[in-house]
Design a protein around this ligand. Structure first.
Ligand SMILES: Nc1ncnc2c1ncn2[C@@H]1O[C@H](COP(=O)(O)OP(=O)(O)OP(=O)(O)O)[C@@H](O)[C@H]1O
Ligand SMILES: [Mg+2]
Length: 239
């Protein structure tokens, strides 16, 4: 069953079609990869899904509900959360407070804040940052800052998590750890839609991969299908 669906999703910046008539779906429980050369429209598509931009034209549905035109905070409350290509954490706040913010945002009013704190602590442990909970988030390595974002996103009670280049800028060890984290997130029952340039990672963890090129979807298939697709190889090797 699709948790996320898009129909003819389009976004123009002036005369540039950054995302053009893209049909897509992500099934409940799936890990779907989104790849494509620089400027292909991947982040713009995530911005459209998370409500930062409104598709024009196009329709986006989350859990069967039409969310086209909904605000980012409304979409997040429905259970769709994200991380950012350029990490957006509260650098001067302790790691724990960063995650707690997500927890409090995703907590129904009336629920004790103690519960939110407990949840944030559990998630901090889940991403392996318990030891640095009191450290200002800006003082962490990039890999760990990305983990703060993941924990904060999960804390909002995400059912679908959009990851925009979780592995960019990480060393091979950190990349392997990030892949392992993605697998564990899936183990919590969270559906994942992830943008990634690191092919080894995307091929290793995704059930299905979509390819964008110049704003258009040019391929959608299993990692094996994508790795052997003539069109995809041309797009990557041709540039
Ligand atoms: N806010 C904006 N205003 C104008 N143009 C934009 C804006 N955001 C993105 N673009 C343009 O839209 C196109 C798609 O950009 P986008 O960031 O979605 O690509 P991407 O696939 O995420 O690339 P990368 O792999 O480099 O992150 C690019 O040509 C980019 O310059
Ligand atoms: Mg991008």
């Amino acid at each position: 069953m699709p948790i996320l669906e898009g129909e003819k999703v389009t976004k123009y910046f002036g005369g540039l079609a950054a995302v053009s008539k893209v049909d897509f779906n992500v099934d409940q429980g799936e890990v779907v990869g989104l790849i494509g050369p620089n400027g292909a429209g991947k982040t713009t598509l995530f911005n459209l899904i998370s409500g930062a931009f409104v598709p024009k034209p196009g329709v986006i549905r989350f859990k069967g509900e039409n969310i086209t035109g909904s605000k980012p905070h409304q979409i997040c409350r429905l259970g769709l959360s994200r991380t950012f290509q350029e990490v957006k954490i509260f650098a001067n706040m302790p790691v724990m407070q960063n995650v707690l913010l997500g927890s409090l945002f995703g907590t129904p009013t009336g629920m004790a804040s103690a519960n939110a704190a407990k949840e944030a602590a559990e998630l901090l442990d889940f991403v392996g940052l318990s030891a640095v909970g009191k450290t200002p988030a800006g003082g962490l390595t990039l890999a760990n800052q990305k983990r703060v974002e993941v924990a904060r996103a999960l804390a909002t009670k995400a059912e679908l998590l959009l990851l925009d280049e979780l592995m960019a800028g990480l060393n091979p060890t950190e990349t392997a750890e990030a892949m392992e984290l993605v697998t564990r997130i899936r183990g919590r029952g969270v559906t994942i839609f992830m943008i990634e340039h690191v092919m080894k990672a995307i091929m290793g963890v995704c059930d299905r991969i979509m390819v964008l090129h110049h704003g258009e979807k040019i391929a959608d298939g299993t990692p094996k299908e994508i790795a052997t697709s003539k069109t995809v190889i041309e797009v990557y090797l041709g540039e």
